[in-house]
Design a binder for this molecule. Structure first.
Ligand code: HEM
Length: 128
């Protein structure tokens, strides 16, 4: 069987599972020493919503993110945050824990993991 593409993940996982994943991730960010200070203290739910909507769009679901936020331009949108190797690794660690918590189907989890790994590395913008 050929591997599922990232664009097929929305259909496979559904919106509710993505919502639960991002909620599990942000509940960890909220008590994380490296990541918490970077996120807007007064708008955690907005940050949660933006990441969820981005994933819905990027994984092949409805394109609401594009309508609301325009082109993701993620390197540019992350430029204000000091993302070094340790911030990148922590983001991935919390996301991996969130994936285990919501117990995503194995194949989808593997594809999502490699998508997050690559994207997080691409977003490093400071030397460690
Ligand atoms: C590498 C470690 C990362 C750090 C430290 C980080 C940090 C942040 C912070 C502080 C924000 C602002 C929160 C807000 O108000 O929306 C943000 C936004 C966002 N991040 Fe990350 N991020 C990381 C990796 C990623 C990855 C891997 C993705 C995608 C898979 C991603 C997707 C997004 C999106 C879509 C937004 C909202 C952009 C917008 O519409 O304004 N981030 N990130």
């Amino acid at each position: 069987m050929s591997q599922m593409s990232t664009e097929e993940l929305y259909e496979h996982l559904g919106e509710d599972q993505l919502r639960r994943l991002i909620a599990a991730f942000y509940s960890r960010v909220k008590s994380d020493d490296i990541l918490k200070p970077m996120y807007p203290a007064d708008d955690f739910s907005g940050a949660e919503y933006r990441l969820k909507e981005f994933l819905v769009y990027r994984l092949g679901g409805p394109q609401r993110y594009l309508e609301e936020r325009g082109h993701p331009a993620l390197r540019m949108r992350h430029a204000p945050f000091a993302i070094d190797q340790s911030a990148r690794d922590r983001w991935i660690e919390l996301m991996n824990q969130a994936m285990l918590e919501v117990d995503l189907p194995t194949e989808a989890a593997e594809i999502l993991k490699s998508f997050f790994d690559q994207m997080a590395t691409f977003l490093i913008n400071r030397a460690g």
